[in-house]
Design a protein around this ligand. Structure first.
Ligand SMILES: Nc1ncnc2c1ncn2[C@@H]1O[C@H](COP(=O)(O)OP(=O)(O)OP(=O)(O)O)[C@@H](O)[C@H]1O
Length: 266
């Protein structure tokens, strides 16, 4: 079978997206983007603010439609959200009135599964993210890092082929963030799901990814796709090696001018 049509594969073929807000000038968010993601691959997307990272992720999920070009997932054109793909956002969108386990089970119940069965699957996923003991608590009783773990468990519970993560750790402190990214790698290596992960942190991208897609802004286009050569499993100490630093520096050199520009510094 052609890997581009296998479950978990993604093909972005000549895609552009222009927003046309009412009574305002159109915004070309993405222009001529091409990207092929193999089943089970971990791809990170970095780029200056406004380079179209979130737009790209929303296109992959089917929340937005391209202005031109096509996106296929598992060989089928993406025309709307599907249970084959799950999104995780920067801030958790847990239901405050439901317990942790019911939040994780929610997508399954919505899909028609019996509550007791859905809770069993939810319990397994909570165990994987180290939150078995918090199953009966409410989201407000958890720390930010724990809530994001619940969010990830919820995405995993529906057993999607593709996980789409939009800066999932951005609201966390630096230490929690490092530990969460190591945990995410553990989960990913066990499941071998395809992951597309957006981040502003270049070191996070290089630590996590098989390849890092570097977007440049205005309009958003693929500047370079950097292959990360490190073996897996990866330890956090990898971040302190010279080779790791070289790759981070290279990616930073590609986007530094735009990041400075977006801050009004150039
Ligand atoms: N709904 C919308 N209507 C009009 N313009 C939009 C809309 N959503 C995004 N844009 C514009 O499209 C461009 C890309 O936005 P996008 O949010 O994808 O960038 P980003 O790289 O994710 O940015 P950030 O890192 O700041 O989150 C920006 O210029 C943004 O202002």
């Amino acid at each position: 079978m052609d890997t581009n049509t296998e479950p978990g594969s993604i093909v972005v073929d000549g895609v552009g997206l222009t927003f046309t807000p009412p009574r305002r000038d159109p915004v070309v968010a993405l222009e001529d983007v091409n990207l092929t993601v193999a089943p089970g691959e971990f791809v990170c997307v970095v780029g200056a603010s406004g380079s179209g990272k979130s737009t790209l992720l929303r296109l992959l999920d089917g929340l937005l439609e391209p202005t031109y070009g096509t996106i296929t997932a598992g060989g089928e054109e993406v025309s709307g959200p599907s249970p084959d793909r799950a999104m995780v956002f920067q801030t958790d969108n847990l239901m405050p009135w439901s317990t942790v386990i019911d939040n994780v089970a929610y997508g399954l119940v919505l899909g028609g599964m019996k509550r007791s069965e859905a809770r069993e699957i939810a319990a397994t996923q909570l165990e994987r993210v180290g939150l078995a003991k918090s199953a009966r608590q409410y989201p407000r009783q958890l720390s930010g890092g724990m809530r994001q773990r619940v969010n990830i468990a919820r995405a995993l519970a529906v057993n999607p082929q593709v996980l789409l993560l939009d800066e999932p750790f951005a609201a966390l402190d630096a230490q929690t963030r490092e530990i969460m990214s190591a945990e995410l790698l553990g989960i990913w290596s066990a499941d071998q799901k395809t992951v597309v992960f957006i981040t502003h942190q270049i070191d996070e991208a290089v630590y996590l990814a098989d390849r890092v897609v570097v977007l440049s802004a205005h309009p958003g286009t693929v500047r370079e796709i950097v292959t990360v050569p490190f073996d897996r499993p990866r330890d956090l100490s990898l971040k302190r090696t010279p080779e790791f630093g070289r790759i981070v520096d290279h990616i930073w050199s590609l986007i530094e001018d735009e990041v400075r520009g977006s801050l009004g510094l150039s």
